[in-house]
Design a protein. Structure first.
Length: 118
């Protein structure tokens, strides 16, 4: 059950749109009414940190590769992200990993590091 909660709250927090990066306590409470306010706040804080770790990983690799004029395939970058995040967050599912990859690439592209992917 805990892995399910972790992935659902990650999914809720990573939705693009107006409520991007909003706190997820309300949405999570709707799905899991048994969670206390402290648990909900803790899930939110940890989720934000996990997302930042994924985004930063992609951004930092993209930045380094562009500076070295080297590229990486999307598939290889995904494997590296998965290996990195699974060291800390072994519960994270493929859908959430793909979202983190996509969002991390967006941030890297936005800063001009789009040349890292081939």
């Amino acid at each position: 059950m805990k892995d399910q909660i972790l992935n659902i709250r990650h999914n809720l927090a990573s939705e693009w749109g107006e409520k991007w990066m909003d706190k997820i306590e309300g949405k999570l409470k709707e799905k899991f009414p048994e969670l206390s306010e402290n648990e909900l706040a803790d899930y939110n804080t940890k989720c934000q940190n996990e997302m930042k770790a994924g985004h930063d990983f992609i951004f930092n690799i993209s930045e380094a590769l562009c500076k070295e004029n080297v590229t990486i395939s999307s598939a290889d970058l995904f494997v590296r992200l998965k290996e990195y995040l699974n060291l800390k967050y072994n519960w994270i599912n493929e859908d959430n990993l793909y979202r983190l990859m996509s969002q991390g690439c967006y941030y890297a592209y936005k800063e001009g590091y789009d040349g890292a992917l081939n």
